[in-house]
Design a protein around this ligand. Structure first.
Ligand code: SF4
Length: 471
């Protein structure tokens, strides 16, 4: 399961905004590893540098020094619409001259196909295959000043979007009316503003957290300071997986530290599905905190029974089923010295397709584990996500096809317990109507067509060089 992106925006006269953006992107690397980019503005022109790869691979002293100005936005990408290609690396630039706008987007637009066609009919061209460019072109397609353009666009968009944007002299941020993806605001050095996907990026660059960007909010920052505008928000619906999986544990979302939420998930899982066992093992890295919570609540020792090879590339392990199967072996190494003869509780953050879990359990048993009792920090995933999480189609979701007992049998566990929706929500400790829980209960905050295809604009694809100037 992969998240779509991390976004950054920095407005700070007399600061090295590109370098600040670089370090903020570095802190958000977990949100996307396919490509990274930064655009900057100095009041006269926009510049952008974006390439495939990790933040540390994409930027060096030379590329950062070219990104001059007092505004910068940045982006880490994991593709959800549009393929993994350089043309889809963000920030994207739409428009020309005075109208040029740089945009960085985290989320997924449900009605982008319709809007794309409408824009094509009006004569707009596309250089990427992403829904983010649909947003950008929609913004520049209407007359007026920027905030009213963004406002119009928000009325037309259905889906998830946390955006940072800039033109030559102002920075903007916007969040969809449900607040499906996180976005927060901070200050830096007393005179600058920072907008980032997660608070860990504020900590990284020494910025001070001010508040969340509210669902439905538009922020506009210029020489005259920060202005805020609100569109109506029918209800808040942050993706619950931000707490269980996507966000960094040291980030705080809606006042709740992700680390504490994960620990509470493990503790509630132990209350719901206790087990007499010798050891609790978390599937590294995303489940180790929940495993700690489980172990503490049950009074069982926590052990590192699986060691993760952190340097294995996603593209290497995922292209087909055969390599996916091999992937578990390449990714995790079990330690027989720790596991031999032991009854293990294995804690994982989710089971999506169920393709990796049987291999992990097999690895543990081969290493001598006597029993493996699987515990999952979220309920069974029965519905796909249309809001920016690259999960699977309904057809591929194991819990949409099999009962819990059939899944237990399929993965080869001695027992299987999923955290209930009720306990998941209690673990995060926010009101139950604050979340999107659609992949568990099918209640999407926005109507979606279940047979929706992902946007594919490949025919309109053309490459652009990594560094471009837009005057
Ligand atoms: S459908 Fe699931 S993964 Fe997608 S936003 Fe909602 S809770 Fe998150």
């Amino acid at each position: 399961m992969h998240e779509s992106c991390g976004v950054v925006g920095v407005y700070a006269p007399n600061e090295d905004v590109a370098r600040l953006t670089f370090f903020a992107l570095f802190a958000l690397q977990h949100r996307g590893q396919e490509s990274a980019g930064i655009a900057s503005a100095d009041g006269q022109k926009l510049k952008v540098h974006a390439q495939m790869g990790l933040v540390s691979q994409v930027f060096n002293e030379e590329s950062l020094s070219k990104l001059t100005g007092h505004i910068a936005i940045g982006h880490n990408r994991y593709s959800t619409t549009g393929s993994s290609r350089i043309c889809n690396a963000q920030p994207l630039i739409v428009g020309k001259g005075q109208d040029a706008l740089a945009i960085a987007h985290n989320g997924n637009i449900v009605n982008s196909r319709l809007l794309y066609q409408e824009l094509l009919d009006k004569g707009y061209s596309f250089s990427s295959t992403t829904d983010s460019e649909v947003i950008g072109n929609l913004i520049i397609s209407v007359p007026g000043e920027m905030v009213s353009k963004i406002r119009y666009t928000m009325h037309r968009l259905q889906g998830a979007y946390s955006l940072t944007m800039m033109n030559r002299d102002r920075m903007f941020a916007a969040r969809d009316p449900f607040g499906i993806r996180p976005l927060c605001l901070g200050t830096i050095n007393g005179h600058g503003w920072v907008v980032v996907s997660e608070t860990c990026a504020l900590d990284q660059i020494g910025a001070r957290f001010v508040r969340e960007v509210e669902p439905g909010e538009i922020i506009s920052i210029g020489p005259d300071g920060l202005e805020s505008y609100r569109e109506p928000s029918p209800r808040h619906a942050i993706c619950i997986f931000e707490y269980s999986y996507f966000a960094r544990p040291d980030s705080t979302i809606n006042g709740r530290l992700v680390y504490q939420a994960r620990q509470a998930m493990g503790a509630r899982l132990a209350e719901e599905y206790p087990m007499y066992a010798d050891l609790v093992v978390g599937v590294p890295d995303s489940s180790t905190i929940a495993a700690k919570g489980y172990a503490q609540r049950c009074g069982i020792a926590l052990a590192d029974g699986l060691i993760k090879n952190r340097y294995i590339g996603r593209t290497f392990i995922e292209p087909d089923q055969r390599l996916r199967d091999l992937g578990a072996k390449l990714k995790y190494n079990p330690m027989p010295q720790v596991l031999d003869g032991k009854r293990i509780v294995l804690v994982d953050d989710s089971i999506v397709r169920g393709t990796t879990t049987p291999h992990v359990i097999k690895l543990l048993k081969k290493a001598g584990a006597k029993e493996v009792h699987m515990r999952v920090c979220v309920p069974p995933i029965r519905y796909p996500c249309f809001f920016g999480v690259d999960m699977a189609t309904r057809w591929e979701l194991i819990a949409a096809q099999k009962s819990v007992e059939e899944i237990r049998d399929f993965i080869g566990a001695d027992s299987l317990g999923y955290l209930s929706i009720d306990n998941l929500v209690k673990a995060v400790d926010l009101p139950s109507n604050s979340f999107c829980l659609a992949c568990f209960n099918g209640e999407y905050p926005i109507p979606v067509q279940m047979d929706m295809e992902k946007l594919s604009l490949e025919t309109h694809l053309h490459r652009h060089s990594p560094t471009q100037d837009y005057k």
